[in-house]
Design a protein around this ligand. Structure first.
Ligand code: MN
Ligand code: MN
Length: 474
C-alpha cells in the first residue's frame, strides 16, 4: 500500500478518530451570541437560588410564567408543576405516548455545600454575638473563613407561622463572617498541622453582632440585643431557632470571570448549573412524544437520605401523579413499568482538568472546561464501588441524539482511579430499572464558595438536555 499523503492522513483521522474540540470553536456567530446571553440568565438564576428552597421558588416562578400548573387544578393542561415540601420540584410535560410506556427524566440536585446552624446556635463571647454552625456536604473548611457570608432560610414559629430570612445578599444588607487567625500567630495552631485537622468545625462560628442592649446591669447583653432584633423583625424568640432552617452561604452575586467574560464564577453551581439547564430545557418542550420530566431533588450532598433526597419515594408518587394526569390508572404495575421503561439523565457536574493540579487527573479521560457537556459513564471510587455504570446500548443512543443535534459533548471520568471519587443520584434512580447516565458541565473549584463554569458548557448542557427531551425512541 502506498504511503498516505498529508490530505489522506487528515481525512482518515476525521473519519476514524474522535478528537473533542472546544465548544466555542464549533459555534457560529449566532450561537456565540446565544452562549453569552444565556450566561446572563444563568447568573441571575444562581443569585436567586442560593438555597434549595430558593431554587424551588425560582423554578416554580419560571414554570408558572411558562404556563405550568399544579396537577388537579382546574386549568391544568399538559404542562405540570409538582412541588414537594418546598425543597423538591418536578416539572413535567405530558407526551403523546402513555406515561406507563416510560418517561424521560432529567434529575438534578438543588442543594449545595454550605454551613447550617446548630439547634442552639446563638451565644455571646467577649461582648460579641456568634452563631454556631454545622457544615453541610463536602467542604474545605478554610475556604469559608474570613469572607463575606449571607444567611438565607426559614424560621418556623410555634404558632404555625414560617418566616423567611434573607440577610447579606441585598447590597444594602450587612454581611457576616467566620474568623480566621492572622498569619503572624498561626504558625503552630494551623501552620504545623495537616490541612485536614488545622481547621476545626467547632471554630466555625458566625460573627453576628457587637452592640448590647442599653443597661447598667450585667448579663449577655449583646445576645439579648440580637434576640430583640429578631423578635422585632421576625416575631421570633430563641426557642424558634430550634425549628429553623437557616443556611450560611457566600454573600454576593455570581460574576463574569476572565477578560473575555467567558466564564461564570459563583456559589452553588454544583448542581444549580444542572437545575438551570434542566429547567430551561423543559420550559421549551412542546407536544413531546414521551412524557418529559425535570426533577430537582435535595440532600444529594449528604447522601440523598431523608424525605426530600433522591432515596425518598417521591419519584413513585410523582409517577403515579403523572399517570393519573394522563388518564391512566396509577397502579403499582403502571408506576413500576413507567419507571423501568424510562430513559434518564442524572444531571450533575464533573471536575474540569485543573492545569495547576494535573497530578490528580488522568488527562486522556478528564473533562476539559469549555469542551461542552460532559458525559460520565460511571462515577464511584476505587474499583467502581458505588458506581452506577451506564449501559452501552443506552450510551450509543444518547450520543447519536447529541451528534444529530450538533451538541458539543465530551466523555470523561472524574480524577485518577485511586485518587478519590464521588457519586451522584444516578444509582438511586437506576434501582427502578431505568436507563440512566450522568451528564453536566465540568467545573473548576467544585464545592468551593466560588465555583467556575464555562458559559459555552452551560449552553451545551441546555442543548444536550433539549435534544434528549426532543429525541424519538430509535
Ligand atoms: Mn453534584
Ligand atoms: Mn457535589
Amino acid at each position: 500500500m502506498a504511503k498516505l499523503s498529508k490530505k489522506q492522513l487528515a481525512s482518515l483521522q476525521k473519519k476514524l478518530a474522535r478528537r473533542p474540540k472546544p465548544a466555542w470553536d464549533q459555534a457560529g456567530p449566532a450561537v456565540r451570541e446565544e452562549i453569552m446571553s444565556l450566561g446572563e440568565d444563568y447568573k441571575e438564576f444562581l443569585d436567586q437560588a442560593k438555597t434549595e428552597r430558593m431554587a424551588v421558588q425560582a423554578v416554580a416562578k419560571m414554570a408558572r410564567r411558562a404556563g405550568f400548573k399544579t396537577p388537579g387544578s382546574k386549568t391544568a393542561g399538559r404542562k405540570l408543576l409538582v412541588p414537594y415540601k418546598d425543597k423538591v420540584i418536578a416539572l413535567a410535560v405530558l407526551g403523546r405516548r402513555k406515561p406507563s410506556a416510560g418517561l424521560r427524566i432529567i434529575g438534578a440536585h438543588s442543594d449545595a455545600p454550605r454551613l447550617d446552624l446548630k439547634m442552639h446556635p446563638l451565644y455571646e463571647d467577649q461582648e460579641l454575638a456568634f452563631l454556631k454552625t454545622h457544615y453541610y456536604g463536602g467542604i474545605k473548611k478554610y475556604q469559608w473563613l474570613a469572607r463575606p457570608l449571607a444567611i438565607h432560610g426559614v424560621i418556623c414559629r410555634a404558632d404555625g407561622q414560617t418566616v423567611q430570612v434573607h440577610l447579606g445578599d441585598d447590597p444594602a444588607d450587612p454581611v457576616f463572617t467566620l474568623l480566621d487567625l492572622l498569619p503572624h500567630l498561626s504558625r503552630k495552631s494551623q501552620g504545623q498541622k495537616k490541612v485536614s485537622v488545622a481547621f476545626e468545625a467547632e471554630r466555625m462560628n458566625l460573627l453576628l453582632a457587637g452592640l448590647p442592649v442599653d443597661s447598667d446591669q450585667k448579663g449577655e447583653k449583646v445576645k439579648l440585643a440580637v434576640l430583640q432584633y429578631l423578635n422585632r423583625k421576625y416575631g421570633v424568640v430563641e426557642a424558634d431557632l430550634i425549628s429553623a432552617e437557616l443556611e450560611i452561604v457566600p454573600a454576593g452575586p455570581a460574576r463574569d470571570v476572565g477578560l473575555d467574560r467567558c466564564m461564570v464564577g459563583g456559589y452553588g453551581q454544583d448542581d444549580r448549573a444542572c437545575c438551570f439547564s434542566a429547567v430551561r430545557a423543559i420550559l421549551g418542550v412542546k407536544n413531546p412524544a414521551v412524557t418529559c420530566v425535570s426533577l430537582l431533588v435535595d440532600k444529594e450532598e449528604i447522601g440523598s437520605d431523608g424525605s426530600t433526597g433522591a432515596k425518598s419515594r417521591f419519584l413513585e408518587q410523582l409517577t403515579a401523579t403523572l399517570l393519573e394526569a394522563a388518564g391512566e390508572k396509577a397502579s403499582y404495575l403502571n408506576v413500576t413499568r413507567a419507571l423501568a421503561e424510562t430513559r434518564a439523565i442524572s444531571a450533575d457536574v464533573n471536575a474540569a482538568f485543573d492545569p495547576d493540579f494535573p497530578e490528580v487527573h488522568e488527562k486522556r479521560n478528564a473533562a476539559y472546561l469549555g469542551y461542552g457537556v460532559t458525559l460520565t459513564k460511571y462515577t464511584g471510587s476505587g474499583g467502581k464501588y458505588g458506581a452506577s455504570d451506564a449501559n452501552p446500548e443506552y450510551l450509543a443512543w444518547l450520543r447519536k441524539v447529541w451528534d444529530r443535534a450538533k451538541v458539543p459533548w465530551q466523555a470523561a471520568g472524574m480524577g485518577k482511579i485511586d485518587e478519590g471519587g464521588g457519586g451522584t443520584i444516578a444509582k438511586l434512580l437506576a434501582v427502578y430499572g431505568m436507563e440512566i447516565v450522568d451528564a453536566g458541565p465540568a467545573l473548576f473549584n467544585m464545592h468551593s464558595p466560588f465555583e467556575i463554569s464555562h458559559k459555552a458548557d452551560i449552553h451545551a448542557t441546555v442543548k444536550a438536555f433539549e435534544a434528549f427531551f426532543a429525541a424519538g425512541l430509535k
